[in-house]
Design a protein around this ligand. Sequence first.
Ligand code: ARG
Length: 342
Amino acid sequence: MRSVFDPTSRCLAKKYLTPSCLKALEHLKTDTGFNLEMAIASGIKNPDSHIGLYAGDSQSYTVFSRLFDPVIQDYHGISADQVHHDDLSPVDLPNPDPEGRFILSTRVRVARSLGAFNFPCHIRSDERKRLETTIVQSLSRLDNDLCGTYISMEQNDLQDISRLKKDGLIFEKGDRFQAAAGMNRDFPKSRGVFCSNDRKFRVWVNEEDHLRIISVEPSSDLSGVFNRLVRGISRLQDTMEFAENPRYGNLNSCPTNIGTAMRAGVHIRLKGLEIYPDTLNRIADDHDLQIRGTRGEKTAVNDAVFDISNRRRLGLSETDIVTRLFSGIRELITAEKSKLKN
Ligand code: ARG
């Protein structure tokens, strides 16, 4: 293999790609032809990667397990023999911000991929198109409050696209990490967003994963948002077969997005805590929460609005994740109130 990691890189792929691991994996390929060089391409190109590794298909997780396993154990904090258990039953948690003073919106999403198709960094144009057709057919069967329309991003009505962008309904072309992995190929062809009529249930098609199934609303009703997502996943599962393996549950492009592949979070304004980052970070760490910028991953914080969500997606169930998010947010709100008083 020709590529080597930058000496400054501290990504997990570099950490675990020891000389013996490299020797064992460098000549391997999955049945669809995905190899190690492709899997670490983004980490090599981006020395500031945290993970630096993507799967090109569901088989990547087993063929390259000597590298994926330790990366997954390190990121998710699981032991080598831990097995994923899901629990997508509805929850009934109190509202974490009943007066609506801090939380601006609540969003829970899962990533899902179809095992029969290559993952976005390895998929080619015609296969991506077939995949889009399959997904759109399945989405068209949703009913009641989940019923909605599919908006193709290929359509050349630029005015429409810019309006949808302004409303935050469509996704952008992938960042440099995704680009280096090959995920932006042919963008925006065969990409699109399904949006329920009330806009609270959305599905991104062919972004970083085949599907990003999202439940979102401008409120702090965590249980309601989660329970809507649970219904949506279950309906889509009736008509599509998602990639999974017994050990890691749901499989997707990035090793951070496996297991539950769920990110549950809130946009929350913390004007008091913003100037006490140590307190903010300690509470987040205690509850295994990740703090992102206002506009998501690797963005800045504007007007003290933080995007706070679970960090781990594997090693705990979906209901565990929302329950822990709930207690983390409650503690943040208590701390915020006391900082505002001082
Ligand atoms: N590949 C990037 C890195 O290693 C992103 C990892 C997690 N984020 C994601 N959207 N998959 O830092």
